[in-house]
Design a protein around this ligand. Structure first.
Ligand code: PLP
Length: 407
């Protein structure tokens, strides 16, 4: 399938914004949804909307099959051993919070350390700050190299036998760097720690095998991978999940309830209190079918080419600084001399080009880069070289607009 055929599957892309054809370069924030995902959710609400795991009636059976079928699709997509290891959450943030609140609180004490990096998204910083505060554990950071990459020597030096949890993003939402999480997991395990991976920017863009990475927990969001908002996944090794306490209590997650004591369902349901995100999970399952049809290796290669093309075109404009290493996923973060990134994004928007501006939920990384904010263009399977050209041409207009401040 070529990119023009792929584009036809995304109805939202076929529109004008501010009188110009839409060029959507903000997929790292949230991706667009193909028609088949929209139709699948519509079909659920029109034909078999019903609660799951409860009734014996026919619609309830369809809904349960759809929901549990989606769990199996997720399992196969990230190559987990068993559906017991796949927990539906609201997204990456909730998934990491679950690990921090359950595993973190029960396994950390004042002598222990949690190790993360300064490039993490706030969702992979604040839960650990909170657990460190409540348990007395120490939060430590693996230093970054000048280009924003992680050197394994620094991992070896930072992770010690006091470390109980190492949590690192697989792909940076700002720098686009692809972190060596498999090697970091080896260092974590050698020291007796568990490895948590924030996969929000990797699962949508590349083939991920959680068993090969040998991570203990892996978190990601549906809305960044062509699926609906409001649903995400926590993968966890069964040996850990079995020992962990739920963090949400109520309906759906119980086995027996007495007046003073209750017991929990088996995995994975003990972590899914309340009516689950049924339509969301079914939509995510359809998004996985769609991504599999295109092929994750094709998606990665396509985005890699677009990012390299964008970087080479940006080099033509004086005053544009691009952050991050040369080898990267489909994210290009930049600044234009003294022009505030919000102003850059506003002028680009007037040209129909949607990019993100701000701190990208990575304030410690902004501090490390010594900037208050940046602009970011992020690419996905539906973007084209023409999108990159439109973006660069709009940036040239921005330069003309801001005159002396820029370049
Ligand atoms: N981690 C990374 C690397 C992200 O890019 C994001 C979202 O931008 C998140 C975590 C949080 O994802 P969500 O808001 O879907 O929970």
């Amino acid at each position: 399938m070529n990119v023009q055929e792929v584009r036809k599957m995304f109805p939202i892309l076929d529109q004008q914004v501010n009188g110009k054809p839409l060029v959507y370069l903000d997929s790292a924030a949230t991706s667009q949804k193909p028609k088949q995902v929209i139709d699948k959710i519509d079909d659920y609400y029109r034909r078999y909307n019903s609660n799951v795991h409860r009734g014996v009636h026919t619609l309830g059976t369809y809904a349960t099959d759809g929901y549990e079928g989606a769990r199996e699709k997720v399992r196969a997509f990230i190559k987990a051993k068993s559906t017991e290891e796949i927990i539906f959450t609201r997204g990456t943030t909730t998934a990491i919070n679950l690990v921090a609140s359950s595993y973190g609180r029960d396994n950390l004490g004042p002598e222990d350390e949690i190790v993360i990096t300064p490039m993490e998204h706030h969702s992979n910083i604040i839960p650990w700050q909170q657990v460190a505060r409540t348990t007395g554990a120490t939060l430590k950071y693996i230093p970054l190299q000048k280009d924003g990459t992680i050197d394994l020597k620094d991992v070896e030096e930072t992770v010690t036998d006091k470390t109980k949890i190492v949590s690192v993003m697989h792909v940076s939402n700002v720098l686009g760097s692809i972190n060596p999480v498999k090697e970091i997991a080896k260092v974590a395990h050698k020291n007796g720690a568990v490895m948590v991976v924030d996969g929000a920017q990797s699962v949508p863009h590349m083939s991920v095998d959680v068993q090969d990475l040998d991570c203990d927990f892996y978190a990601f969001s549906s809305h960044k991978m062509c699926g609906p908002t409001g649903v995400g996944v926590l993968y966890g090794k069964k040996e850990h999940l079995e020992k962990m306490e739920p963090v949400e209590f109520g309906g759906e997650m119980i086995d027996f309830v007495g007046l003073y004591e209750s017991t929990w369902k088996e995995l994975p349901w003990k972590f899914e209190g309340g009516t689950p995100i049924i339509a969301g999970a079914i939509g995510l399952g359809e998004a996985i079918d769609f991504l599999n049809e295109i092929g994750m290796d094709n998606i990665l290669e396509h985005e890699h080419k677009l990012a390299q093309y964008a970087i080479s075109r940006l080099a033509e404009i004086d005053g544009v600084e691009v952050y991050g290493p040369k080898e990267r996923a489909g994210v290009v973060t930049f600044n234009c001399d003294d022009v505030h990134p919000h102003d850059v994004a506003t002028v680009l928007d007037a040209e129909g080009v949607a990019v993100r501006a701000g701190h990208h939920c990575a304030q410690p990384l902004m501090k490390w880069l010594d900037v208050t904010a940046t602009a970011r263009a992020s690419f996905y399977l539906y973007n084209t070289e023409e999108d990159v050209d439109a973006f660069v041409n709009a940036l040239i207009k921005t330069k003309e607009y801001f005159g002396d401040v820029f370049g």
